[in-house]
Design a protein around this ligand. Sequence first.
Ligand code: CA
Length: 236
Amino acid sequence: MSDDIRHAALSDIGRRRARNEDSMVVEPDLGLFLVADGMGGHEHGDVASKLAAELIHEAVAAGEDLEDAIRRANRHILGQSGAGSPFPMGTTVCAVLMNGSTYRLAWVGDSRAYRFNGDLERLTTDHTYVQELVDRGHLNDRQAREHPYRNMLLQALGVTDQDELQVAEIQGELAPGEGLLLCTDGLTGELDDDDISGILAGGGDLESDAKELIDRALEHGGNDNVTLILIRRDSN
Ligand code: CA
């Protein structure tokens, strides 16, 4: 990762949950950053997200391709969640691998990545039932946010069969001053894209922006664990 790339990362249990089932990896030396959200309503969601984080970290550190690392994690967690467990355990993942100022982004589930540079652009598409309805024109974004099945995932590590797993991928490059936000749905469930954009548009230091995003999600209810990572290339 080039030395003009900064980062900040925060996770908060929120106001309603007894455990923080989110996990993250922040490894600037590898250029690897990821968030993972253990699935609510499933036993051992915290175990699933932690396993995914560790397995992907290990595999990338060993030189494995990011998508292959995510597939390996799925196979492993599927193996664990089957044996004697009354409930499957599942997790999302949204991971970015930086190489200089270029990035590869890969995800499964509804943890998101955005690009910001004054304005905000969502890079990921949620693997959710409501996103499919939005894509087919049956719901708008606001209706999707309020839909009773808004949390229903169509893909998750530890739940989706290996041959049905579709790891989504994007590549890009950060221009000077441009940044990435990775986050779990504890942030996007409380704040819409305009709220997030308003906080990041100031271009303040990343630590205070990260803290403000968490504080605002808590003010809006803090109904879920909130985890986010900000990565930004310095302006010239
Ligand atoms: Ca969550």
